[in-house]
Design a protein around this ligand. Sequence first.
Ligand code: 44T
Length: 865
Amino acid sequence: MPNATTRPKRDYGTAFVHYLLALNLAPGLKDYARESFRVTLFKWTEELDSLGRVQDLFDCYEQALELFPVDEVIVNSMGEHLFRMGFRDEAAGHFHKALKLRPDFAEAKENFYRAANWLVERWHFLMLNDRRRNQKYRQAIQKAVESGCSTVLDIGTGTGILGMCAKQAGAARVYACELSKTMYELACEVVSANGMNGTIKILHKKSLEMEVPKDIPERVSLVVTETVDAGLFGEGIVESLTHAWKHLLLPPQNPQDPYSSPALTGRVIPAGATVFGMALECSEIRRHHRVCVLEAGGLSLCAMGGVHSPVSCSLDADDSTEPYTTERLSQVPGGYAALTEPFRALDIDFNSVQELEGLCSREGSRFRLPVTRDGMLDALAMWFELHLDKETSLSTGPQEDTCWEQAIYPVQHLSECSLKAGDELLVEVSCKDSCLRIHAIAVVRDGLVTSLDDSASGPVCGQTLGTEAELCSALASLQTGRSGSQHACVLESSEIAMINNVQYHESYSRALEKLLRALRASRGPQGGEGAEPNPLYVLDVSEGFSALPLMVGRQASVKAYSSVEKQRHQTLLRRLAKENGLRPDSLEFWLCRAGEDNRDAASAAPSDSGTTMLQRPSSEQLWSAIVLDCVEICGLLRQKLMEKATLARCLLEDGGRIFPERIVMYGQLVESDALLQESAVQGRELTLGFDIAPFINQFTVPVHVFLDLSTLCCKHLSEPTELFVLDLMNSSANHTSQEVKVCTTSAGRLTAIPFWYQLHLDEEISISTFSACSHWKQAAVVLQQPVEVSAGEVVCLSIKVHKNSLSITARKGEEPTTDPTHPNKFMFLSMRNSHSNDGQFQSVLTQKISSSEGMTQSTEQVVFK
Ligand code: 44T
């Protein structure tokens, strides 16, 4: 028998099998064994997870659920595995079931909100609340159907709204397809609730996989679709329409025969689009995509020259980069200045398969744009007009009053580029991988061309220009010699904004220096003559890139440890260390030392990351300072923060400290329609006469993340108020509750409570996550039911912290709080911003899971019940 010292691990696999056997034979023991059975299941499935034995893992859960079918902890935990593996629909079903079993199950609630945020993107609410857009689409569809288009396919139906418009307008047969499973199920439910069950055939399919007659019995005379994103082509409309013309639509109208019957020819709504572009100066975009500071916390940042964000449309961009980001320019913090007039960049006719097919093989078009004012060239922006038909268009432009964002192509050259009024900017618009790209090539000033090519070393090549032909030849010579920057390194845009956040670095350097000085003084002179003093150990457990260890490592007799995992981050830190003349041993990487267990840290559950790193620097040493990363970029507190703080405290030497030592959360009462608009379908009115709100509103989440509070359209109903204090040096407050009274300063409808944090590094130095240079965004709680308040009234917020989630209820004045199911209860969760549904639900595994009865049922519960 192996003894305790030789046995490498507890054998949870064998234990699990024994539990199964025993409990199946003696079900009477179930209650007694429940707790230890769960532990065994979780430990064993964790092991299976790390070994990649996915099928075995889910088999174990299925067996466990056969024994304990209504055990909410097991149901929730299975949901967590499903979610991490990308089976988000199924995961949501499990979280929902767990919540049904125990409505106050905080973890399941948090998980459900996170899943809802992924499954139903927030823009669905914006679009359904956009009455003008809805009416325009309905009008165009109605006209087409009335003119004879009798068979209709709605590609990317979402909630089913456009398909229902077609049916209501009198189309004989309507088909719809939707690639997201959740949206597909939602559409089925909405269509049947509106009495159109059986009259619209809805398929859970990507249109590109559809065929006649396998999926639909006939070619259709009208395709309606709104599968467009801010960059127009990002949802794949070019491919889907090309495919639709070849396989799903009747042949297009023959221009020679304009009177051919619409019932026998095919057409598309929208009929086409015009794309516009413009150059702009925008400090907010600049600080997120280009390192703008030369020095921070006493560190020279020149080695950061080659750093750029993962948004790049340059030709040598690789797969990891996105060609554009998005921004609602009318609300960008700090505003923007147009450096050119908007120009017409591209026209596309969706009714011409030749145009659709030829789009990506088209030569890029070049434009000479007169620069209309002096400014820094920070980005090119694009937006479009969607021509639904000959009469009706929708615009997504920055000047329009719409919910649309614009596509932003940050200009990321090595050197800054100042434009002057009277210059000409040369840009190229092209289409690669079915994605629109716009690229600044050169500036013409006083007849001299200066290349903006990022791989050229600085502004190059002056050439006198006269004719257009000379310009062309000048450009041709500029285009050669793409070499790629030697020191290119990609950092997330939030990491670039952090590097540019001078205040953040100055504050941290100052606070750390103060502490280390004090510790050195308290140790007094050490060792004998010439002996190296014992170093002070500092650990930075920031989640992404962080230059703080370098700033600390500059100081004498300090050993700084960075926890950055990515190779490119380590390379960049080493380069910075070298450039700043740091002793090679003053910076080390903590992960490398932590060994085996951390090799897979990137793939480990988010809840595990961070805590494994919290260990002593060596068996005889303790840390002088530990930097904890407390706030996510999205504006929420990091998961397991208090656990980490408690752990970190145990690893500190006498007098050592955690940074920040204290976090104060602030909030403000506001009335904000903008937040309501993206949180749920508003009002009691039907949407275009259809009942949609109750179905999609099940996916309402109480916390909105990634907000820019400085430009949020809202009316302040109170001053910023301290809501909560987390004392990282003293408390491990996992369960707390407290009441905060807030006095209103104006009358209004309290609809939301935005919140942010003040991070206190020590008694004197603090930083806010809500400042003009902050790399953090803010978050807000949106109340399910607004509270009418008058000026000078007291609103009582009851704040409860339970493990990682914090819930607050809002009520007026001195009314008693009793109702635990109060509608304005909300939670602070760790949620990502919405991402597109990937539609990868067809795998063998999912089919297997969906075919098990409990699963299908619980999924339906989420969506429909
Ligand atoms: N976001 C707009 C993009 N689909 C809209 O699964 C504007 C973003 C936006 N289904 C702020 C404001 C706004 N076959 O449910 C989705 C998607 C589905 C397909 C079947 C296909 N080939 C496709 C392609 C997409 O179509 C639905 C709509 S995509 C619309 C994107 C308010 N931020």
